[in-house]
Ligand binder design. Structure first.
Ligand SMILES: C[S@@+](CC[C@H](N)C(=O)[O-])C[C@H]1O[C@@H](n2cnc3c(N)ncnc32)[C@H](O)[C@@H]1O
Length: 256
């Protein structure tokens, strides 16, 4: 078998997902683009000691210029957009000079990712055909795989949201069969109380630092996670609310 791999083209930008953290979950396309790039932009939150994306791709870095970009963790849209607009100018200068630039991101670039802000600003500075996105394995997919529990079957509805708004979560629990929650860390106990209220605590799983060497922790029993407060930001919760079968939900106009 011969796989034709894509190298970076001069004068192009690539937002590249690198998966949840294990280097062997980086796609071949992503690895090849990172290795062939002139510049690699690595995002790091102001709260993190190191960039998880950089740790993931470390073995792919050689001669490329690496720019670590520290971004704010405040829930302030204007500040976030202005920070990424600055990076976009830096990227566009290089791309317009014929260099290839890759921005790496944990998981997938289209799911709660800084890449989306960067792309938003870049569309005003570069021709759209010079902007590319390479999908990565998202944390919720890696979590479901580790649990060996399907996310959806038949007519099931999958909902995803940050664990920031308990009222929104309570609403979602009534309108989906599987709920994925990101950014759980500090709200673990509040979330557990809500799930208990809905009699769903036994159907909830917590996965922390999935596929990150030496740090991974999987809680099939959510109660076990409540004994300590140190689970942090890199945590994903999957709640299996129920199931919606073909038989109970025939397509509109069809009789079961
Ligand atoms: C800014 S979002 C990034 C999501 C990412 N783009 C994706 O596709 O999974 C950060 C959130 O993703 C989840 N996450 C990312 N990587 C994770 C991992 N390795 N283990 C558990 N959760 C993770 C956590 O909920 C974290 O708060």
């Amino acid at each position: 078998m011969h796989i034709k791999l894509k190298n970076c083209q001069p004068g192009h930008f690539y937002a590249v997902g690198v998966g949840p953290g294990s280097p062997d979950l980086i796609t071949l396309r992503a690895a090849n683009l990172i290795q062939s790039a002139d510049t690699v932009i690595v995002p790091r939150s102001e709260l993190a000691g190191e960039s998880l994306a950089l740790v993931t791709i470390r073995d792919l870095i050689g001669e490329q210029e690496v720019i670590e970009h520290v971004y704010p963790m405040k829930r302030d849209s204007a500040q976030t957009r202005s920070c990424w607009a600055e990076v976009a100018t830096e990227v566009a200068t290089r791309v317009s000079a014929g260099l290839s630039v890759v921005q790496v991101t944990i998981g997938d670039p289209m799911i709660y990712s800084t890449s989306s802000y960067l792309i938003e600003s870049l569309t005003e500075l570069l021709p759209s055909e010079h902007i590319h996105v390479v999908p990565g394995i998202s944390a919720f997919q890696a979590t479901a795989a580790l649990l060996v529990e399907p996310l959806t079957l038949q007519e099931d509805r999958l909902t995803m949201m940050p664990a920031t708004d308990m009222a929104a979560i309570a609403h979602a629990l009534k309108h989906c069969e599987t709920l994925v929650l990101y950014k759980v860390g500090p709200r673990l106990r509040q979330l557990a109380a809500l799930l208990e209220e809905h009699r769903l605590l036994d159907q909830a799983r917590l996965a922390c630092y999935v596929e990150q060497n030496g740090r991974e922790a999987i809680f099939r029993n959510f109660r076990d996670a409540l004994t300590d407060d140190s689970h942090g930001y890199m945590s994903t919760v999957i709640v299996r609310v129920g199931n919606r079968s073909w038989e109970q939900n025939p397509p509109v106009g069809e009789v079961a």
